[in-house]
Design a protein. Structure first.
Length: 624
């Protein structure tokens, strides 16, 4: 173990360099070696594209609308802020020719994307392309921001950053205020304790929220109460989706939120509190818009004949436009009580020189430590919320993972400063039997089920958890490729058979009337795609299409369903389970179910691992 905070952070820096090299190399290799069809199926590419209108948006960025016209049902990985590359496809030689300009996603929904271009000159290349497509680029900027944040933390001498560094990683104690506990009758005792711990913390507090324990409810309450003491707070999360969720909950509570960046779920409610939409709605915006348009027209005039008078007019208008833009920006920030963005979004120039009394980081257990420091640089104290027994950060480089890059800042503070941690212990999601296994294995048996969910079920005398052993069904795994994982076609067929049988027991009318929802989960993307294809071809499931979702474990993070069915895929004589060794992912998978959990897996393969052996034995006792 490193002997000082500086050595620990230096080690983090070196591991992050390894991860950067590994990710970039893998990305470039895939771009060169993977076919266009595979990129499309993986959701990293749209092809073919049609081009819509191009214009200057409210933030004076030149943007273009593009639409995909094929593979409309394929999930994609495009989201706000991701760098992208346009290309022209040569179908005769099955090659792509990159268009030589940078571009960034500004807004995306299912089949429409708005992309920021360097300027109107890039449109000429788009218009000349014969077979236009777009694909994700390697995100250099995220790594640059993380490296810069680690350097800043290591080099800070006597500032607040160095104090927090020494508290998080060293022997320096975390400070705490003393006052009588506040009462929140609408919260349970552990949630109330967590809010009080947040309010007392001078430096850091952690809200540890296992599945279904109301972590978001607790966090919203803590933010609400903090705003009685501070004028404004910064709220961040690793992903845009997590930022959307907490921002929506805060808005529903009546707290004015300013969301930097665009949401994943694109609707009027989510867009209404974004910076871009608010900027556009400001009373002074029409004047700014007309000034910007006049500046662009003057530039065109200047190109035709360079006169001193035109140059002076441009400069004068530009100064007035910048002044007005800053006034609008200040007005929007002054109205907001919460500024919400991703961790990397905290480096936005909009937040330049802004500081916050408190930073709240949601889903902190999914974020690399270096990413957390990007936002921490802007705050005096930090509240982390999440669950380090659920999904970890995604690490590509095995050596970096082995070296400890995957251990998050939240985990380190939980270990070094246990007095700062509040564990939420009452869960409101699952039947008690589903919760009990997770509680015993991951949370030292400390979780309890709220009375209203303890015995919840769909059918009378139903067994809440079932393991369907595929050992004797000729269900064999097949390797597809490294990043896509494995597929088990026979097990996929069995999965849908099991689901059909269970839905038949419930009855069609009841499912539709009560909107009983179902999630089908597999750890492997290849199995997810195969299950989706099978599902689409089965007429039995057509009436329930809007109630059934199929996704990976990561895709179901933060969600829940009445019925969850899990296809574990692995089936081999050696007992190799690969990806399934990450038990935190299994914790997420099994705790998505409210009332019924069905697991399909080869017991002979899986039960060589003590976790799956104990899970199999536990479920067997429920069936007895």
């Amino acid at each position: 173990m490193p002997s000082s905070p500086l050595l620990e952070l230096q080690r983090q820096y070196e591991l992050l360099e390894m991860e950067y090299d590994c990710e970039k190399k893998a990305f470039l290799q895939q771009q060169d070696s993977i076919s266009l069809d595979k990129k499309i199926n993986r959701g990293t590419c749209w092809y073919p594209l049609t081009v819509g209108r191009s214009y200057y948006n409210s933030l004076n960025q030149y943007v273009v609308e593009v639409f995909r016209t094929d593979h409309l049902d394929t999930d994609h990985r495009f989201e706000f802020g991701r760098p992208v590359m346009f290309f022209d496809a040569d179908m005769e030689h099955v090659k792509i020719h990159p268009l030589n300009f940078p571009a960034t996603v500004n807004y995306v929904d299912e089949n429409r994307m708005v992309v920021i271009l360097p300027g109107p000159e890039a449109m000429a290349q788009l218009n000349e392309a014969m077979r236009l497509g777009i694909q994700l680029s390697f995100d250099e900027n995220v790594f640059k921001l993380m490296f810069a944040s680690l350097r800043a933390v290591m080099t800070d001498k006597n500032g607040r950053l160095s104090e927090l560094r020494d508290i998080f990683h060293g022997m320096r104690p975390a400070g705490e205020l003393t006052f009588a506990p506040m009462r929140f009758p609408w919260l349970n005792a552990t949630q109330e304790n967590a809010v009080n711990k947040v309010l007392r913390a001078k430096d850091v507090a952690i809200v540890h929220g296992p599945p279904g324990t109301g972590k978001t409810t607790t966090l919203v309450e803590a933010i609400y109460e903090t705003l009685h003491r501070e004028n404004q707070v910064l709220v961040c999360a690793q992903s845009n989706m997590a930022v959307d969720w907490i921002a929506e909950q805060l808005t529903d509570r009546g707290i004015p939120v300013l969301r930097l960046g665009n949401p994943v779920r694109v609707n009027d409610k989510m867009l209404s509190f974004t910076y871009e939409r608010r900027f556009e709605a400001h009373p002074d915006y029409p004047l700014l818009h007309s000034m910007r348009r006049a500046i662009r027209q003057l530039y065109e005039t200047r190109k035709k004949g360079r006169t001193e008078a035109v140059r002076q007019k441009i400069n004068s208008l530009r100064d007035r436009a910048e002044e007005l833009e800053l006034r609008i920006q200040e007005s929007l920030f002054n109205e907001a009580r919460v500024i919400a963005c991703t961790l990397t979004g905290a480096a936005s120039k909009l937040l330049f020189r802004r500081r916050f009394g408190t930073l709240f980081i949601d889903e902190a257990a999914q974020a690399l430590e270096a990413a957390c420091w990007i936002a921490i640089r802007k705050a005096n104290r930090v509240v982390l919320a999440g669950d380090h027994c659920q999904l970890p950060p995604v690490i590509t480089c095995y050596e970096a993972l082995k070296g400890g890059l995957g251990e998050t800042l939240m985990q380190k503070i939980v270990r070094n400063k246990p007095g700062c941690v509040s564990l939420l212990k009452i869960q409101y999601r699952m039947h008690d039997a589903i919760m009990r296994f997770s509680s015993d294995w991951f949370y030292h048996g400390e979780l309890q089920s709220a009375s209203e969910v303890r015995h919840r079920s769909i059918l009378d005398f139903d067994t809440p958890m079932t393991w369907v052993n595929t050992e004797l069904s000729d269900a064999e795994e097949e390797f597809v490729e490294r990043s896509f994982g494995r597929v088990n076609k026979a097990e996929a067929e069995l999965t849908l058979q099991q689901l059909e049988a269970y839905l038949t027991k419930i009855g069609k009318q009841r499912i539709l009337d009560e909107r009983i929802d179902i999630g089908i989960i597999s750890p492997y993307q290849a199995q997810v795609q195969y299950l989706r294809r099978l599902l689409k071809g089965r007429s039995f499931f057509t009436p329930y299409k809007h109630l059934i979702s199929v996704n990976t474990v990561d895709g179901f993070q933060g969600q829940e369903r009445d019925v969850i069915i899990i296809s574990l895929v692995r089936s081999n004589e050696k007992g190799e389970i690969g990806f399934l060794n990450d038990l935190r992912r299994m914790n997420v998978a099994i705790t998505r179910a409210r009332m019924k959990l069905i697991i399909l897996g080869n017991a002979a393969t899986l039960t060589r691992h003590p976790f799956y052996k104990q899970l199999f034995d536990y479920i067997s006792t429920l069936d007895a």
